[in-house]
Design a protein around this ligand. Sequence first.
Ligand code: NAP
Length: 240
Amino acid sequence: MTGGGRGIGRAIALRFAEAGARVFVNFFVNREAAEKTARDIELRGGSAHLVQADLKEPAEIKRLIAEVGRVAGQLDVLVSNAASGVLKEGLELSAKQWDWVLSTNARPLLLLSQDAARLMTAGGRIIALSSLGSQRVIPGYAAVGVSKAALEALSRYLAVEFGAKGITVNAVSGGAVATDVWHMIPDGQQALEAIRARTPGNTLVTPEAIADVVFFLASPAAQFIQGQVLAVDGGYSLLA
Ligand SMILES: NC(=O)c1ccc[n+]([C@@H]2O[C@H](COP(=O)([O-])OP(=O)(O)OC[C@H]3O[C@@H](n4cnc5c(N)ncnc54)[C@H](OP(=O)(O)O)[C@@H]3O)[C@@H](O)[C@H]2O)c1
């Protein structure tokens, strides 16, 4: 579970904890939040292991998966959730910013999957968190949108490669969810309110709703869902 200390990642970690899972919670800098999530995992009947790692760094991904192997010996579900971004129009993006976003948001799915492959057997699940910016143009979202497009395309390639091993690879594309990230966006709260008002059900998607879908994709019932991107946005993206 990457980026499991806060936001949507935390909700996913807690959803698996309710089913008694042993959850490896990766975090980057917010140790306090991750420690709280670990305590809450235990309160819900799961067991938690915290692993700090900067996923931009390939060596840290190696260390993260090696830690899972050392402690658990196997991995049933890999959730690639961590993300960050640079809010800029495409024409303003520097090469450094582009590389930073792509290596934070897209490359970890590749490297995590390569290492996780050795710990996964038939029935294994890989689930990545994506967003609407992979397909639609959202102002200031050029780098993140492209990173999510890469993530979705990579899910399809990995789905075919992992399919032979009985492992599924899918992505969940969430609508706007009121997490910390919206406090960092200028006028984020107004933007959230506008998205809520435009969503057919007049309600924002919750972290728990995303977590439920991730949990479903990890279940045996989702065995034949392979290489798909599931939109969980309350119908927001249907409207022209
Ligand atoms: N919120 C939305 O509206 C929304 C909508 C659609 C899709 N999504 C997707 O859902 C996922 C979670 O979003 P969120 O809103 O919950 O995000 P968030 O609140 O901003 O949290 C981001 C998480 O990613 C971790 N992270 C960031 N950079 C990292 C790095 N270099 N190495 C390791 N971990 C790193 C953070 O760790 P620390 O806690 O240590 O900082 C944190 O746990 C993302 O993939 C996002 O794109 C979100």
